[in-house]
Design a protein around this ligand. Structure first.
Ligand SMILES: [Zn+2]
Ligand SMILES: [Zn+2]
Length: 219
């Protein structure tokens, strides 16, 4: 048995059947074909699947980041995979998602930065999924990675528990960044209202980032 077999389970993360071969570490070929991936062309501003005629997902929305890339839609089995990755210890999915995101991103960035979690939350959950995927993405894209450049200053209520209006203002001012230069790629697990990514973008811009782009697993 090779080392990789020990690190990465040979069962498919979506159907629990035997996993695929080379290049598909986490999902089997059958699941890969049915998962809710967003295939290019996608909306450059919010990463949604481009259905032509402009993007209904982000029209009229205040998004502070300069552009976004999303691997999939946050629904169905893709949502199950992301939830397993975030909450149920499926840490090996970071490699799969990070590699795929690096392949999707067309431009060069100066730095990859994950959306941070507060320290108590990392202790409670064991890891920050956004940080794991950001680290893998950076490695595959051969881009510098800084896990601690952005910090979460205060606890925010879980976005899922709030009404839409509250969700938009909840994370505002909750993040602070250390000095940063150039074009930054911010990485999160999921993009919903954009409020968290906006708050992180504001912090990074305030710390000197020329431009901030966003990469997420799903939206
Ligand atoms: Zn499968
Ligand atoms: Zn859009």
């Amino acid at each position: 048995m090779e080392l990789l077999d020990l690190l990465y389970p040979r069962e498919c993360a979506a159907c629990r059947g035997p996993a695929g071969g080379a290049g598909r570490l986490a999902v089997c070929a059958a699941c890969d074909g049915t998962l809710e991936w967003i295939s290019p062309p996608a909306c450059a501003r919010c990463g949604a699947a481009d259905r032509g005629k402009g993007c209904a997902e982000c029209r009229g929305k205040e998004l502070l980041f300069a552009g976004a890339t999303a691997l999939g839609r946050y629904e169905g089995r893709m949502r199950d995979l992301v939830l397993g990755f975030k909450f149920r210890g499926a840490r090996h999915l970071a490699e799969e998602f990070g590699r795929r995101l690096a392949a999707r991103i067309e431009r060069r960035f100066d730095l990859v930065v994950p959306v941070p979690m507060s320290r108590w939350k990392v202790l409670f959950r064991g890891y920050n999924a956004a940080e794991l995927v950001a680290e893998r993405l950076a490695r595959h894209a051969r881009t510098p990675f800084a896990a601690r450049r952005l910090r979460k200053l205060r606890r925010t209520k879980p976005q899922a528990e709030l009404a839409l209006e509250e969700r938009l203002t909840n994370p505002r001012g909750a993040y602070r960044a250390k000095a940063v230069k150039g074009v930054v790629l911010l990485v999160d697990d999921v993009l919903t209202t954009g409020a968290t990514a906006n708050a992180c973008t504001e912090a990074l811009r305030a710390a000197g980032a020329a431009e901030v782009h966003l990469a997420v697993i799903a939206r």
